[in-house]
Design a protein around this ligand. Structure first.
Ligand code: R5P
Length: 283
């Protein structure tokens, strides 16, 4: 087995290669003067099970991923496993208006063309996995996030909305604490109250977990409200830290700690999802 590391997933590929006991291939990725992508795999991969790892964000990494898959196929490989740690475009998972593509479907269609198996992590909408015609699995970063949070001692793990409650449950199970979700209640035209549905956060250390943090708006609002309801500390944890528009700065002003996984590599990526991916590959 050999791991082909895309430029968006260098650290995770290194960790995955260690977990699998599989070396990293010698991969060259560079840009032509017009910014188009050039890739070349210098090792002969013939006869190997090849794991290509590349997050599909931002857009230029998607093209690089297609080229890497194609480059792998220039060798007579035994199998090609595509690992997309963060599946970009998963939030456009339905047609909201006539004339729009279901972007998540577009991605599944093209990503599987050159692949035998597909693995991703905490995909925004589980139903996307059903759109693959090849074996496709979605693993979760929440058990590892739970392991990390354990050391910080949260007493409640909260999802920012009902849709993310399963993620909160998974992390809470590892931490060994309660989980809940935030319910939004409209007080008047201008005020929306965000409150834990069933639990009292007063005097408690709370961790909010979500699949994605993008602008950070959801978490900042939730943190402010939980603190006003007496939470002593609020941590924010997500699988995919997109952190657009100075989100880290805004979040750092509101939360006591911000953590994410290595599906998107940045300064908050203190948790690795490599173990969960490796378990699926070894199966
Ligand atoms: C939404 O359904 C997602 O799970 C996240 O809650 C959302 O993407 C977070 O966005 P933002 O950080 O911009 O509030």
């Amino acid at each position: 087995m050999i791991v082909v590391a895309g430029s968006a997933s260098q650290k995770l590929s290194q960790t995955l290669s260690e977990k699998l006991g599989a070396p990293l291939a010698n991969v060259e990725v560079r840009r032509f003067p017009d910014t188009e992508c050039y890739v070349r795999i210098h090792d002969d991969l013939s006869g190997e099970d090849v794991v290509v790892v590349q997050t599909s964000f931002p857009d230029d990494k998607v093209i690089e991923l297609f080229l890497l898959q194609e480059a792998v196929r220039t060798y007579d490989v035994k199998s090609l496993i595509t690992v997309v740690p963060y599946f970009g475009y998963a939030r456009q998972d339905k047609q909201f208006n006539a004339g729009e593509p279901v972007s998540a479907k577009t991605l599944t269609k093209h990503l599987q063309l050159d692949s035998d198996t597909f693995i991703t992590v905490d995909i925004h909408e589980e139903k996307i996995m059903d759109w693959f015609d090849i074996p496709a699995v979605n693993v979760s970063g929440m058990p590892q996030i739970g392991e990390f949070l354990k050391g910080m001692g949260p007493e409640i793990i909260i999802a920012p909305d009902k849709g993310a409650i399963e993620l909160a449950r998974m992390a809470a199970e590892v931490v060994g604490c309660d989980s809940d979700y935030i319910e939004k209640t409209r007080i008047d035209g201008e005020t929306v109250e965000m409150k834990a549905k069933n639990l009292d956060v007063s005097g408690k250390k709370v961790a909010i977990v979500d699949d994605i943090i993008a602008t950070g708006g959801t978490i900042v609002k939730a943190t402010e409200q939980l603190k006003s309801q007496g939470a002593t500390e609020v941590y924010a944890a997500c699988t995919h830290g997109l952190f657009t528009k100075n989100a880290i700065t805004r979040l750092s002003g509101a939360c006591d700690r911000v953590i994410s996984t290595d599906t998107i590599e940045n300064e908050t990526s203190v948790v690795s999802v490599a173990e969960e991916i490796a378990k699926k590959i070894k199966k």
